[in-house]
Structure formats: C-alpha cells, structure tokens
Design a protein around this ligand. Structure first.
Ligand code: PFF
Length: 449
C-alpha cells in the first residue's frame, strides 16, 4: 500500500508502549555503562547527583520528546520540520546520534553473546579479567558476535513495531529484574562487599564537582534514550488517549531503578574481587562471572543473566535503529526493508571498526586516534550529540514551539490534569537550557572542569 494512504501504525496496547519505551531505556546503559560511570566518578557522590539530574532534567526532557512525537506522529526529522522548518536539523542530528551510538552499542551487545557462549562452556570459574580481555582483544570473535547482534536488530526492526518490539519487552524486562535481585543477594554477601557498598551509597559531598555533574548528565540522557529523538519516535506511535505525563514519570523511574540495582549488583562485587572501580568498559564483564562462579547453580544463573542482558541490549538497539529507519522511510520514502538492511549494514561496518580498535593486532592502530580507541571516541561523540540534541530540544519546546502549545498537547486540550505544568514550563524554558549550555561549554573546553 502507498505510504501516504496507509494509516500510521499504532501501539497494540498501552502497556505495550510503556514496556517498549522502558525496553528502549533499559539496556547496556543501565547495567554496563552506569556502574562504570559510578566507578569512574568516585561513587556515591555521583549517584546522588545522577538522581537529582534524572528528576530535574531527565523527566522534563522525556515529557518534551514524547509530546513532540505524539503531536506530529512523525520521525524526529519530520516532527521538527512539521513544527518549524528551521529546526529540522535537530532531528537530523538525532539520526546521526543513532548511527554513532548503535555502532559501539552493538559491539557490546555482541560481547553479551560471547559471554552466553562462555557460560555454556563453563569458563566463568577462572580469572575473569583474563576472560574479558581474551574476548575483546581477539580481532575475530567479537566481530562475529557484533555481526550476529546487528543481524538480529535488523531482523526485528524489519518486521515492524508490533511484531517484534512489544512481544519481546513484555516477558524479558521483569525477568531481568528478578535476575538482578539474585545477583545482588550474592554480591552483598561476598567477603569484602561492604567497602563497595559504602563506596556506592555513602556520599562525600565535597567530592561533587562540575565534572561529576557533566558526567551524570551525559549518562542520564544515554540511559533514558533522550536527546536523539528515540522517544519522539516512540511517542509518534501513540494515540491521543495516552497520558503522556504518566509515561514521562514511569519510564525514568523504572529505568533509574534498574540502573540503581545494577550498581548494587556490581559495585560490591568489584570491591570483593579487588578490581579497581575505575577499570572502565570491562567493569561489569570482569566482575559478574566471578559472582556467578561463587553462587549455587552459578553456571545456570550466569547463562540466564547474560541471555537477559542480551535481550535488554537488543530492545535498546532496536530503538536506536528505529530512529534511523523511520527517518529514511518517512523522509526519503525508502521501503522499510531497504532502509533497515542498508542502514544496518553501514552501522555494522562502523561498529566493526570500533570493535577492532580494542583488538590486540596491528590493525587496531588504524582505529586508534590521538591515543583513543575509536570505540571510546564514538561513545564520547554519542554522548555529546545527545546532550546537544536535548539542549536544542528544550530550547525548541520552550521558545520556538512554545510551552503553551506543548501543554495543549500534553493535557490533550485540558482532558488530563497536569498539576506541575508551571514547574515543567520553567524547567524546560530556563533551567534545562542553562545547565546544558554549561555542559556544552565544558565539552569544547570553554569551561575548565
Ligand atoms: N537507553 C539505552 C541504554 O541505556 O542502554 C541506550 C539508548 C537507546 C540510547 C536508545 C539512546 C537511544 F536513543
């Protein structure tokens, strides 16, 4: 059927949307990236700042993005263009961010597959640092898993919204939560876990600096899937009966809760196993197998955990690719099949370079620029794009589209009560832009951190 006549697909059910949006938010960002950032930025003080940022900035921008999406029923580029031609580029930046983030994200998604295989072959009992480095420094194996992960992401996006995304999210998110609880119980009872617990939960407020705040903001957007239009895209499949205010509260609450308990599962184990908390990208992958090794039925639980982590990564990867694909389908009028395969293939190649930048092989040199592996550069660039995207989105909603119009859409012409409408307006117009401009300055070195 012609694109123009075909009514835009909508979510099969309310709970389907919420779970899919939570599926996008909850992913490697919560379980792999968040504990790493906590470790890098000194522990509890960072956690404290992070929670404030989510409540103040995360929820505010979440509501803004969902509102733009539902209002326009379009992909991010089309959405900005429909509301104001001059702002189309913000949507385009989001598509670029999708490319950049999915490239390295899919590599880590691939690592989870590598770990599923290792759990099956009983390799969780030895030196877990070796286990991780053995995987990522091998030039070939991570590429294979990255290819498998990307192929699955492409497959699900290929078959459209309802078929893949909703079904997967419904069962897997609750299962992941239960697994995390089991890991927490074992982690906290490990010898030496107490030091990790106080590192994570006892803030030393004197440690809070501008750099803590900047790091927390980047992570908050990454974790909530904000700043690149993923939530605009998801909101675009919503009908007017959905209460956006509720969604904008529930999605960040669930996402942050999962990040918090992931920290609780991993950081005590980091200390118990004598791994340095600022170990970087490998933190979760180096400690979790050790926790499973010391658990009854550890082999089985380890397997299950990495299967669930893999699915959490997949539901997020789907939303990253969906942003890129919905843009190409809506704006360039490609078929869904063509858009998914071609865009997916390009992202695969970029990701392959990221993966190789960690390899212990001559070829890695090609992908290490100014001493930094391409993987890390992409991770950084992705975060910058999200922050800049969120900054522009907040200025757009506050000043160009105007909060009155946004509020009209949020409340569906007064049908839904929004007690905090004034507070939200002040946040999106003044507070969020000012804070994000400061972050922006730090990125470009105008402000020392
Ligand atoms: N929020 C995802 C995570 O925490 O793993 C990552 C992500 C997905 C970021 C979608 C941005 C996005 F648009």
């Amino acid at each position: 059927m012609d694109n123009k006549i075909k009514p835009r697909e909508q979510w099969g059910s309310k709970i389907g949307f919420t779970l899919a949006a939570v599926g996008s938010a909850v992913g490697l960002g919560n379980i792999w990236r968040f504990p790493t950032r906590v470790g890098d930025n000194g522990g509890a003080a960072y956690l404290f700042v992070y929670l404030i940022i989510i409540a103040l900035i995360g929820v505010t921008v979440m509501l803004a993005e969902l509102t733009i999406g539902r209002k326009t029923q379009l992909n991010p580029v089309g959405a900005f263009r429909a509301l104001s031609k001059k702002w189309t580029f913000v949507g385009a930046m989001g598509v670029l961010a999708g490319f950049v983030i999915l490239s390295f994200y899919s590599v880590v998604g691939g690592w989870t597959i590598g770990y599923i295989v290792r759990s099956l072959t009983g390799q969780f009992s030895g030196d877990t640092t070796e286990l991780f480095l053995g995987l990522i420094t091998n030039p070939g194996e991570p590429l294979l898993w990255h290819a498998v992960f990307m192929a699955l992401t492409i497959g699900i996006v290929f078959f459209g919204i309802k078929g893949g995304i909703e079904k997967a999210s419904k069962i897997l998110m609750p299962a992941l939560f239960i697994m995390l609880i089991l890991v927490i119980i074992r982690s906290l009872t490990l010898e030496g876990a107490g030091a990790g617990l106080s590192f994570y939960l006892k803030p030393d407020f004197s440690e809070i600096t501008l750099s803590t705040v900047v790091a927390a903001i980047g992570q908050a957007f990454f974790s909530l899937s904000l700043g690149m239009g993923a939530m605009i895209t998801y909101g675009s499949y919503l009908n007017k009966e959905e209460n956006l205010i509720k969604s904008a509260a529930i999605i960040p609450a669930l996402d942050t809760f999962i990040a918090f308990i992931a920290g609780l599962a991993i950081l005590p184990a980091v200390f118990a196993m004598g791994v340095a908390p600022n170990e970087g990208a490998g933190l979760a992958f180096m400690t979790l197998p050790g926790v499973f090794a010391q658990m009854p039925l550890g082999g089985f639980f380890g397997f299950l955990f990495f299967v669930l982590l893999f699915f959490a990564a997949l539901t997020s990867a789907i939303s990253l690719l969906e942003v890129v694909v919905s843009f190409v389908v809506d704006q360039l009028k490609w078929t869904r099949a063509k858009a998914t395969t071609i865009m997916g293939a390009i992202i695969f190649v970029l990701g392959a370079f990221c993966s190789l930048s960690y390899a212990d092989a001559k070829i890695a040199d090609v992908f290490i620029w100014a001493g930094e592996p391409l993987f890390d550069l992409m991770d950084k660039l992705g975060e910058y794009l999200l922050v800049i995207g969120a900054l522009l989105t907040s200025i757009f909603v506050g000043w160009a589209w105007k909060t009155e119009n946004a509020l009209q859409e949020i409340t569906n012409g007064g049908k839904f009560k929004f007690g905090l409408a004034k507070v939200w307006s002040v946040l999106i117009k003044y507070v969020v832009p000012v804070i994000l401009v400061i972050v922006f300055f730090t990125y470009f070195g105008f402000l020392e951190i």
